[in-house]
Design a protein around this ligand. Structure first.
Ligand SMILES: [Ca+2]
Length: 176
């Protein structure tokens, strides 16, 4: 890769939340990444990465996973290696979904949910989901390859009222 802009190298999207009250069903949030190619950047993802699905090239992976939010610090962490992204990749959208069981859960129901996007020790963006409190899922970041080849972060907190399967189909759509 050449050019003057260094761009992003290795970025973490870290999600944390507090467990549901004692005796209540667990709150399970999932970080999901959708990888799009230059030929279809707003259409169908080339692949998805989440707790049950790994990227075939190993450049986007979940390094921490939780089904309860228990424990200190980050509960789920997605790592994106931009320096190693295949040339065909043009855009990666990262979202967070709340598993909808046994009933409908929105971000307002989940205590202290926060997402932090960082490169090394440098925080690039963060959000507490307060702007999408009544949503069941939200996009939190859009990473785009610029014409010069460098990857850029565009914060993209946007709420959806969809279940996880429907969200993964809709999360990459172009915003109007
Ligand atoms: Ca989870």
């Amino acid at each position: 890769m050449s050019g003057f802009s260094k761009g992003l190298d290795k970025v973490e999207v870290a999600l944390r939340w507090d467990p549901s009250p004692f005796g209540a069903p667990a709150h399970d949030l999932d970080v999901i990444a959708a990888v799009y190619t230059a030929s279809d950047p707003y259409g169908s993802p080339a692949y998805l990465v989440h707790f049950d699905s790994r990227s075939p090239d190993g450049t986007v992976y979940l390094s921490r996973d939780s089904t309860t939010g228990m424990g200190f610090g980050d509960d789920e962490v997605l790592t994106l290696e931009f320096a190693r992204q295949p040339e065909a990749h043009a855009r990666i959208v990262v979202g967070v979904v709340i598993q909808q069981r046994p009933g409908r859960l929105v971000f307002a129901d989940v205590a202290n949910a926060e997402v932090h996007i960082r490169e090394g020790y440098r925080e690039l963006a963060s959000d507490d989901f307060s702007s999408v409190a009544e949503s069941t899922a939200a996009t939190v970041a859009e990473f785009v390859r610029t014409p010069g080849g460098a990857w850029e972060l565009r914060p993209a907190v946007r709420g959806f009222d969809l279940d996880p399967d429907a969200f993964t189909a809709a999360m990459g759509a172009r915003t109007v």
